[in-house]
Design a protein around this ligand. Structure first.
Ligand code: NI
Length: 361
């Protein structure tokens, strides 16, 4: 199977880190997952593509799992990405590459002034730490720099393994999200499970379904869950006029407002969007990092194993509160994730750690 999924993470209007793109390629023997940021600078994007390509080229033919992922850190005008190229098979190995640039002046100064980037091959996962602005690797010989002979200063504080004390203090977080409700039959069951374990989630609701399910919405609000806008009629926003797009958002927002709830985030139906829509809608768009494809498999075992095999700190997991199999999966996954030490939080709480403005002003 081969599919491409565009993934919009959390959009920021003020610096050039607007969204991520994810491409997933799967076959029976192999899972390849590539996620990288796309900025509004072609200079930066070209550099990123070069790093992605170098990672792809490094994959060996018979590895079972291959992954390219990134973390970002933004401080004032500095944007940093730490890219991880990971491969699991007969041997496992990770390569880290960092890229730092000035968010506002990159065009003016050109590519030379964007900052340096270094490639640091490390034998074991996370076997390094950062102290202020230096990367320390236990085996000093293993540091190589790329493309210039310079080790980068990375003002990046969100790297796993940086500081043990700190990582103990902050538990890993995951946001469960449910689309296409409210649903009279399954949403209340999901709410019951969440209540039983005293955890919060996010529901991206369809506006036209709210009025007939006001009691379900009230239960969500009372339990402290976050409610996001999944448009009024669940149409593909890329096929609508500007006026229709804004109408889809504002009418849903309005119905929720009448119930005393202010919705602040939007998830576009089918994950379908373009840059114009990003600029048009003033609320941040939030997609997901794990797609359970529950609507496709309707198989709780598949949903559970997919999440168990891929979940990591910071993930936003996509479900649909429309199927018995999804309810069954959530019943297993909530205690599992808690047991694994995850905090289950709303999207709002998950992104509140983003220092700068994950949310547009
Ligand atoms: Ni949907």
């Amino acid at each position: 199977m081969y599919y491409k999924i565009l993934l919009l993470f959390v959009l920021c209007g003020c610096v050039s880190v607007p969204y991520g793109t994810q491409e997933i390629i799967e076959s029976e023997q192999q899972v390849t997952r590539i996620t990288y940021p796309v900025t509004d600078s072609t200079l930066i994007n070209d550099q990123i593509i070069e790093i992605v390509q170098a990672c792809r080229n490094s994959f060996s033919l018979n590895s079972q799992e291959r992954q390219f992922s990134y973390q970002q850190y933004i401080e004032e005008d500095t944007v940093s990405f730490l890219f991880t190229c990971y491969e699991y098979g007969l041997t496992s190995h990770s390569t880290y590459t960092a890229l730092t640039y000035h968010a506002k002046t990159y065009e003016e100064y050109g590519i030379q002034e964007l900052g340096e980037y270094s490639q640091i091959p490390i034998e074991e996962d996370h076997d390094f730490y950062l102290d202020e602005d230096t990367i320390y690797v236990p085996d000093g010989d293993s540091i190589q720099t790329y493309p210039r002979n310079k080790i980068l200063s990375i003002p990046m504080i969100q790297v796993d393994g940086r500081n043990e004390e700190e990582s103990e203090k902050s538990k890993p977080k995951v946001a469960l999200t449910f689309d296409d409700g409210p649903n009279a039959r399954y949403t209340p069951k999901i709410l019951e499970i969440l209540e039983e374990y005293d955890v919060e989630a996010t529901f991206f609701v369809i506006g036209q379904q709210i009025k007939s399910h006001e009691n379900v919405i009230m239960d969500m609000i009372e339990a402290g869950h976050q409610i996001g806008i999944h448009t009024f009629t669940h149409r593909d926003l890329t096929k609508l006029s500007d006026q229709e797009i804004l109408q889809e958002i504002s009418s849903t927002k309005e119905v929720l407002k009448e119930m005393g709830y202010t919705a602040t985030i939007v998830r576009p139906p089918y994950g379908s969007y373009n840059e114009h829509i990003v600029k048009l809608i003033k609320e941040p768009l939030v997609l997901w990092t794990i797609d359970t494809r529950d609507w496709e498999s309707k198989d709780s075992k598949k949903i559970v194993s997919l999440v168990k095999n891929t979940v990591k700190n910071g993930d936003i997991i996509l479900f649909h509160d429309m199927y018995a199999s999804t309810v069954e999966a959530v019943e297993i996954l909530v205690p599992y994730l808690l047991d694994q030490g995850y905090d289950l939080v709303t999207v709002e709480e998950l992104i509140s750690n983003c220092k700068l403005s994950c949310v547009k002003e």
